[in-house]
Design a binder for this molecule. Structure first.
Ligand SMILES: Nc1ncnc2c1ncn2[C@@H]1O[C@H](COP(=O)(O)OP(=O)(O)OP(=O)(O)O)[C@@H](O)[C@H]1O
Length: 298
């Protein structure tokens, strides 16, 4: 994209705006006429909070657009409160399709360069019976389209019994995935955590039952879409149990407070404590994994 296109005049719903893509922000300013003076208003969003950018308007979302469009839509995180996130979208109209296409390319490039690598493929377990039996509805009505929009491929498994997710993780080919996500409550999170810790050790030839075994880090991340009855783990780390907020954290993997965890473990000198380091999260807490304490922290 030509440098001059990184800052140019476009329109939002007919109003002229000046859009600028900088190192870590995308911002647009428009003039608002008030009485006899003009007031310039600028909206600025961090590039790492852009979920995706697509050609066309928001109705087109993930549909393929056959004819070139002079519009493009930026989907980004917005906040209802400090903890509750939702998806916001803004459609820009460019002078022609080539300019719109250049913006899409430039924003896509920038979002791929900034922050942590985003997940491309996730393994999702839904517990249809957890909570009040609402997990499937939550996932298919509120979450699956967000992953699709963000270009994340998912393999979805609806569990048919207790420990289904844990046993699957112990046995399955996990290499295609960047993360494992549960749609359920604390019991489901527990299945994922213990399954992954144990699977990692067995893959690396570590006998975790041995007193002095040094646990190895796990490359996969864990995410929770809260759909249980109490969702304590989600509350403890996010301060809220909102499925959309969790999904957006999973998609953009912000380092400050993402609820998608990168498990990285080291045994302490005493050989009893393993650290599970999250790529984000808000507070510490500890779970038991066999005789060990597994600590999750920011
Ligand atoms: N298909 C299934 N049938 C029966 N039990 C299941 C199934 N899938 C998972 N489970 C088990 O159900 C238990 C409870 O599920 P989950 O944690 O999702 O919901 P919850 O107990 O309502 O939530 P919370 O723990 O937040 O109160 C889990 O420990 C899991 O092992």
């Amino acid at each position: 994209m030509e440098k001059e296109n990184l800052m140019c005049s476009l329109r939002i719903k007919g109003t002229e705006v000046s859009l600028a893509l900088e190192q870590s922000t995308l911002s647009w300013s428009f003039s608002k006429r008030r009485a006899y003076r003009k007031k310039s208003i600028t909206v600025s969003i961090p590039v790492n909070e852009i979920v995706t950018v697509h050609p066309g308007d928001s109705k087109q979302q993930t549909k393929r657009i056959s004819a070139p469009s002079n519009q493009f839509t930026v989907y980004h995180v917005s906040r209802k409160s400090s903890q509750r996130w939702f998806l916001q979208m803004v459609t820009f109209t460019a002078p022609d399709a080539q300019v719109a296409y250049s913006w899409v390319q430039a924003i896509q490039k920038k979002t791929s360069e900034i922050g942590h690598p985003r997940p491309k493929k996730l393994l999702v377990f839904i517990n249809p019976y957890g909570g009040r039996g609402k997990a499937c509805r939550i996932y298919y009505s509120k979450i699956s389209h967000l992953f699709l929009l963000a270009g994340i491929h998912t393999d979805v498994i609806e569990t048919t019994r207790a420990n289904h997710a844990r046993d699957y993780i112990l046995d399955a080919d996990l290499w295609p995935y960047d993360g494992v996500v549960c749609v359920g409550g604390d019991g489901m999170f527990s299945e994922l955590l213990h399954g992954l810790v144990t699977r990692t050790q067995s893959d690396r030839g570590v006998f975790e039952d041995k007193e002095d075994a040094k646990l190895t880090p796990c490359d996969l991340r864990i995410g929770i879409i809260p759909a249980g009855s109490t969702d304590c783990v989600c509350f403890a780390t996010m301060g809220i149990n909102d499925p959309v907020t969790s999904a957006l954290h999973i998609i953009i993997v912000l380092s400050e407070h993402a609820l998608i965890w990168h498990l990285s473990m080291t045994s302490s000198k005493e050989g009893q404590t393993s650290r599970v380091i999250m790529a984000g999260g808000r507070s510490d807490f500890t779970c038991d994994h066999g005789r060990r304490k597994v600590r999750l922290h920011v």
